[in-house]
Design a protein around this ligand. Structure first.
Ligand code: 6PG
Length: 229
């Protein structure tokens, strides 16, 4: 099944991009049931959004937080995606700790993928998946030229032993599991992403381009990443 066509929006001002991202999250949250399951993105791009979200009156009691990928580093390592999300958002808002599902990436790729896969086995379609875009078109820790787990029987979580973006060892939700979502929202900022954006929009089967959703895939980009609008 080919992924749904993403809806692109390009912003000159970073604040307008963040406003739009908050609006998407608010709308998907409003359309969710008793709980709102969200998959947080790693890397640096989403941190400004997380800091902005921490000031918003969301329905935090509904939130169930998962992570799209994690680096296999000690829990307190500053480069852990979960630690960065905790500092920027999760420690700032009233989400119960038992509603935050942190991948045990410190156990190493194989064991962490198996453990996190067991956690996700009981989770249905995500309401919203947040993702970034790497300069080579990767997303989460799904890299070009590698198995990204698209087939129907792909595991929920993949071990990664040879990531081209350090650290080498990671875990990542598979393309299939990331796509089992009502909506997917990509945040793409900066000139360094320009080539990946161009290749994506040209139709190249980059990992980011292989992510789908049941309702919508949206890409919010700044003009530096997407000069052609
Ligand atoms: C990671 C991320 C990765 C990230 C992109 C973009 O763990 O590295 O999950 O997929 O989203 O590499 O990173 P930046 O937002 O830092 O440019």
């Amino acid at each position: 099944m080919s992924p749904v066509e993403p809806v692109w929006r390009v912003f000159s001002a970073r604040s307008s991009l963040l406003d739009a991202a908050v609006e998407v999250i608010r709308r998907v949250e409003a359309g969710s049931g008793a709980t709102f399951s969200i998959v947080l993105a790693g890397g640096r791009t989403p941190l400004a959004l997380y800091q902005r979200l921490a000031r918003e009156p969301m329905r935090w009691e509904k939130w169930r937080v998962y992570f799209g990928d994690e680096r296999c580093l000690p829990p307190e390592h500053p480069e852990r995606n979960t630690l960065q999300a905790q500092k920027a958002l999760l420690e700032q808002v009233p989400i119960a700790p038992e509603h935050i599902f942190t991948p045990p990436a410190e156990l190493g790729p194989a064991q962490a993928a198996s453990r996190y896969g067991a956690v996700l086995a009981d989770v249905g379609e995500f309401d919203l998946v947040l993702l970034g875009l790497g300069e080579d078109g990767h997303t989460a820790s799904l890299f070009p030229g590698r198995d990204i787990g698209e087939e129907p029987n792909a595991p929920d979580v993949l071990p990664v032993f040879d990531a081209p973006k350090p650290p080498l060892e990671r875990i990542s939700l598979s393309a299939r599991r990331l796509s089992r979502a009502r909506q997917v929202l990509f945040l793409v900022n900066g000139e360094s992403k320009r080539e990946a954006v161009m290749r994506w929009r040209r139709g190249e089967p980059l990992p980011a381009a292989r992510i789908s959703a049941s309702e919508a895939v949206r890409v919010l980009a700044d003009r530096a990443a997407c000069p052609d609008g």
